[in-house]
Design a protein around this ligand. Structure first.
Ligand code: NAD
Ligand code: UDP
Length: 338
């Protein structure tokens, strides 16, 4: 299939482009590089041995989107582009709503008008808020979103549901990612956050490589086995393969489907730290701090629907994730600048 990948230079997008190309799809990437580096796509080309046609453009640039969609006649769009920092979304909500909502509205309009009505959307487990059911199934009601980032995903899901209802020719697949970590086996691409990382794994790897002094563990008084927060960490390559499985099932379909993409296993912050130390033989200095505002105690998925319907199941375990994250970081202490 001919596939438009928005945000394809980013962390999940770049790993997904590799898997899409390996599965024989023709990929075109649109990204404005606001949170990524063109080097990532150059490395993708080295890994896959195939060219990645790339347009540097903002999704809100309607003329650019019309040009690219008009000239390629895409069969499907995999839509990653958006801002994702929770903290920044609290301090700059307008920036988040404008980029994530306006960008997607322009994209949907242009796709629809150019006859591409297949969309795979990067949603998030954040839409469940504080989940009512653990493990979280897709039937779990969406919750009170704790920040504008999560709210933007909630609103975009709603927009897609309404659009699909109004025009049943659309086929929308909403993928609710749990916590992607890890990196490509080659160590050539991986997560490269700008500034001090907000998320656990890039913080750990930057402590390990000596860029940061110690990890702050946000709370050890949650109602969990060791008191630290529990999440469903998923290897980014497993996540990427999930998109390929969706594409395998998409042809000729109309409707809207929602899938959790997680492993179904919860690990605490201390589990992740210990696993990272063990498999990589490095020490991670840490201290226990206050709980982080907006955090929840436990969130992990029931990934059963993706297995039943798509035949997709995460293959990698926490040790692979820790090993691959470190393999990327230790070889590229400064990310794509190295
Ligand atoms: P990322 O920041 O690495 O990738 C996003 C890409 O989109 C970047 O390359 C950025 O330059 C591009 N982009 C942003 N706004 C754009 C715009 N207006 N026009 C064109 N390009 C634009 O993030 P990621 O971790 O790869 O996440 C991809 C998607 O998955 C995002 O939508 C994110 O919200 C979602 N998601 C991520 C996580 C996670 O923990 N990484 C979890 C759940 C959902
Ligand atoms: N966390 C932590 N220290 C950090 C970053 C995260 O203790 O520097 C904890 C956080 O409280 C949560 C887990 O690690 O329990 C995962 O946080 P992350 O920000 O990676 O993902 P989230 O689930 O919040 O989207």
């Amino acid at each position: 299939m001919k596939i438009l990948v928005t945000g394809g230079a980013g962390y999940i997008g770049s790993h997904t482009v590799i898997e899409l190309q390996a599965a024989g799809h023709e990929v075109v990437v649109v990204d404005n590089l606001v949170n990524s580096n063109l080097t990532a796509l150059k490395r993708v080309e080295q890994i896959s041995g195939k060219a990645v046609p790339f347009l540097e453009a903002d999704l809100r640039d309607r003329a650019a989107m019309e040009r690219v969609c008009g000239s390629y006649c895409f069969d499907c769009c995999v839509h990653f582009a958006g801002f994702k920092s929770v903290g920044e979304s609290v301090s700059q909500p307008w920036k988040y709503y404008d980029n994530n909502i306006t960008g997607t509205l322009v994209l949907l309009d242009v796709l629809g008008k150019t006859g591409c009505k297949n969309l795979i959307f990067s949603s998030s487990a954040a839409v469940y808020g504080e989940p009512e059911i653990i493990p979280v199934t897709e039937e779990c009601p969406r919750g009170q979103c704790a920040n504008p980032y999560a709210q933007s995903k909630f609103m975009l899901e709603q927009i897609m549901m309404d659009l699909q209802k109004a025009d049943p020719e659309w086929n929308m697949v909403l993928l609710r990612y749990f916590n992607p970590i890890g990196a490509h086996k080659s160590g050539m691409i991986g997560e490269d956050p700008r500034g001090v990382p907000n998320n656990l794994m890039p913080y750990i790897t930057q402590v390990a490589v000596g860029k940061l002094e110690k990890l702050s563990i946000f709370g050890d008084d949650y109602d969990t086995l060791d008191g630290t927060g529990v999440r469903d960490y998923i290897h980014v390559v497993d996540l990427a393969k999930g998109h390929v499985k969706v594409l395998d099932s998409i042809e000729g379909q109309c409707g809207l489907e929602i899938f959790n993409l997680g492993t179904g296993v919860g690990y605490s912050v201390l589990d992740v730290v210990k696993s990272f130390e063990k498999v990589n033989d490095v020490k991670i200095a840490y201290e226990i701090k206050e709980r982080r505002a907006g955090d929840i105690a436990v969130c992990y998925s029931d990934p059963g629907k993706a297995q039943r319907v798509l035949g997709w199941k995460a293959e990698y375990g926490i040790e692979d994730m820790c090993r691959d994250s470190w393999n990327w970081q230790k070889n590229h202490p400064n990310g794509f600048k190295d």
